[in-house]
Ligand binder design. Sequence first.
Ligand SMILES: [Zn+2]
Length: 366
Amino acid sequence: MRMHLRGTVLPGDEVQDLWVHDGVISFEPVRGAETLCDSGWIVPGLVDAHCHVGIRYGGGHEDREGAVAQAEIEREAGALLLRDAGSPIDTRFIDDRPELPEIIRAGRHIARPKRYIRELGIELDDERDLPDIVAEQARFGDGWVKIVGDWIDRSVGDLAPLWSDAILTEAIEAAHREGARVTAHVFGEDALPGLINAGIDCLEHGTGLTGDTIAIMAEHGTALVPTLVNIDTFPDIADSATKFPVYAAHMRDLHRRVRDTVADAHAAGVPIYTGTDAGGSIRHGRIADEIEALAGAGLSRHEALAASSWRAREWLHRPGVEAGAPADFVVYRTDPRESREALDRPAYVVLRGQVYPGRDPVTGHR
Ligand SMILES: [Zn+2]
């Protein structure tokens, strides 16, 4: 399919003509190209950097058909690059489906017995196995490994770290030797210094960040994916944790201050990216909600969109709207940095040079 588009290509402010042929972008005219649009905003494909294709909404494993449906919903919302932060099923068959977003996998969650959602992760009885398992998952994933950094310890009645600092250092070195980056699920405060000082590349959620840990994150260049749409479920988690009042109060407090936490991290220079945590307790297709949430947590609307588009793509080593790059972008009729409504209504989603309609704002999946 050959096509021509004219619009403001973000992050620039210039109106440009671009062409698509053989699935790639060109800034030189392509003969026989039909014009898809002659005005609008052209945004590098959105990134859901914390997403679980393969975990069913409500819990459990998704089958292939269900995983495809989740990936399609992400595409309709404009999320064309997904960093899968742990999936219980093998979604590699999706790589052969050009109509579905690209998935960058982190292998399976690595946890300890009774210290994560049951049946999702690999559970290590002995923490000394962590470096080997991390290396194994690094080879299985697409350049990322996901470990569970903290979880409720029912014997303590509160969030607590899963690993010693020493084993984290060894494990993260093992992943780096395999050429993979490491990220960790972390809600509370106590696991943070060990993870960051061990050289972890990214933190998921990070609700327990405080001035001190934000400072060491900024110093190390550790990224943060706050998953704000998921953090908004913390009060529900607290309500259902009646047997653990300390934990419940802790979760409520983390939730209460999360927007200030993200704003402080952003102000300190911590790189922040969008992730919805879709799968399990969050429905797929909510990338616009996460962009909106970041825009309410200390980032400008421009920065929040950057965190979901060109900056996130760069972080994941994927190109933006560039000559010769795969034609993966979203077209909006109005400036998506100006209003929520624009983000909710992509006019076209272009993935590998194919045009898909954006989500129908009336019947759209939510
Ligand atoms: Zn998650």
